[in-house]
Design a protein around this ligand. Structure first.
Ligand code: DC
Length: 463
């Protein structure tokens, strides 16, 4: 099994990779050390102004890790360079190695060879999940605010007895990140399907624990999930289903869908949609290139053809009327695999078209899965098919995908505050869509707020 960890300098990759590897009994590869070793050779041998010479030299260079010590010691052509590659001079010169396409090609090959020999590996760097191991079983992307990364680096340096000034350290980190993000080969980006962890508020131990649980934890659910897009039947179901439902949506409901650009092309996000009618679950999915995962009534999972179809359209069961921790855990697990999951955070369909209080279980999902939240608002579906009516009527419907609320913003909010933030954002979008219910939604919200009924604004935490 390969686990990749990418991210900017100072996000804690090395320390995390080392401990995660230890706790899983895997080997740990610090690919930054390889680039550092090449940079050291460039400085020592006067190849810093000679990219072609450096590329030739790398072809004959031996960078080895001595796994018998912890952390592994680094050797360059048989010489121990573990300490020599950590000097500020080498750090500043790493771009000589990192931005040289031929050097990267050689090191990428070496990294793959090391992985093949190791079997199970935790590997960290900038391009591990994107270029070197695009099919890794688990990919993580660690990030942290520049301020926090500077603070950590400064503490490290002080421990080693080096003098530091925070400003110059921050500027150095920033310069290195910019170079890493903007180079033509193997740039630093979030790999598709990676689990993004903002480590700013977390301790080293918490980050490792979170990752270990992700790798080892099996969602405890009693039905089979085969993975998105696998199997011809699932693909057919989505393609044909989308086509059929799009036709119905346009013919009968003149459905207009906007804001699709707000849905990320890769990676996880939690969609939170206002619930107006039984049409909502499929309205959310028909206009997107990606498949959606969604919660469905448990009674639809009693076996037979219905369950067969539901499982293959990425539905998973939720028991209603009580806290369903299994469903919440499954939503988190799917987000951690990089999927798009939709929930209706008002829990039940609206009775009057207004937006109801938000279930605070939503915050549990966001905080555990660490994903952005995308508010989605549907308008007109309440008129088309209100509660209690057996058949829908012909009315026009609009759906808008709002701008993602980034996790970095959400992590600062308490569960109640997060629910309030989402509810006001949904009301704002409702107004933007020209909904006749927007004013009533706002009044209901204000009334809940003024009466100080925090629990009415943010429903009871259910997990
Ligand atoms: O992780 P580190 O600070 O030891 O990395 C040193 C440099 O090497 C860093 O500035 C970017 C580069 N690097 C890279 O380009 N690709 C990797 N896979 C790892 C590191």
């Amino acid at each position: 099994m390969i686990i990749t960890i990418d991210g900017p300098a100072g996000a804690g990759k090395s320390a995390v990779a080392q401990r995660l590897a230890q706790s899983l009994g895997f080997k740990h590869l610090d690919t930054g050390a390889m680039y550092r070793a090449v940079a050291l050779a460039a400085l020592e041998e006067g190849l810093d102004g000679d990219p072609d010479g450096l590329a030739r030299r790398v072809g004959q260079m031996q960078v080895n890790f001595d796994w018998s010590s912890e952390p592994p010691r680094v050797q360059l052509d048989g010489r121990d360079v573990t300490d020599a590659i950590r000097t500020p001079r080498v750090t500043q010169a790493t771009h000589l190695a990192a931005s040289n396409p031929q050097v990267r090609a050689v090191l990428v090959e070496q990294q793959r060879r090391i992985a093949a020999a190791a079997g199970s590996l935790v590997t960290e760097g900038r391009d591990q999940g994107t270029v070197v191991f695009p099919t890794a079983e688990y990919k993580f992307y660690l990030d942290a605010s520049l301020q926090e990364r500077t603070r950590r680096r400064a503490a490290q340096w002080r421990d080693q007895g080096r003098a530091v000034t925070l400003d110059s350290l921050a500027a150095q980190l920033q310069r290195r990140d910019d170079r890493d993000r903007n180079r033509g080969v193997g740039p630093l980006t979030i790999p598709p399907g990676a689990i993004v962890i903002d480590t700013t508020p977390l301790t080293l131990q918490e980050v490792v624990e979170l990752m270990r649980r992700t790798v080892q934890g099996q969602p405890r659910v009693s039905y089979t999930y085969r993975g998105e897009g696998t199997g011809w039947f699932q693909t057919l179901l989505w393609t044909a289903g989308r086509f059929l439902l799009q036709t119905i949506a346009i013919l009968f409901f003149r459905v207009r869908i906007t804001g699709r650009e707000n849905i990320p092309r890769h990676g996880a996000a939690l969609l939170a949609t206002n619930h107006q009618s039984l049409l909502d679950p499929w309205l959310i999915g028909i206009a997107l290139d990606r498949q959606i995962h969604y919660l469905a009534r448990e009674s639809l999972f009693r076996g037979g053809f219905v369950q067969y179809v539901f499982e293959r359209t990425n539905a998973f069961p939720i028991r209603r009327g009580r806290a369903d921790t299994t469903a919440i855990r499954e939503a988190i697990a799917r987000l951690q695999r990089g999927y798009l999951v939709n929930i209706f955070p008002e829990a039940t369909r609206t009775v009057d078209g207004t937006i109801a209080p938000i279930a605070a279980g939503l915050a549990v999902i966001i905080h555990r899965a660490r994903v952005p939240l995308i508010p989605v608002v549907i308008e007109g579906a309440f008129e088309a098919w209100p509660r209690g009516k057996a058949w829908p009527r012909l009315r026009s419907i609009r759906l808008h995908y709002g701008r993602p609320l980034p996790y970095a913003e959400l992590v600062q909010l308490s569960p109640d505050a997060l629910a309030v933030r989402l509810r006001s954002e949904m009301i704002r979008l409702q107004r933007q869509l020209g909904s006749p219910h927007a004013a009533a939604s706002q009044q209901r919200f204000a009334a809940d707020w003024q009466q100080g009924r925090r629990r009415a604004v943010a429903r009871e935490i259910t997990a």
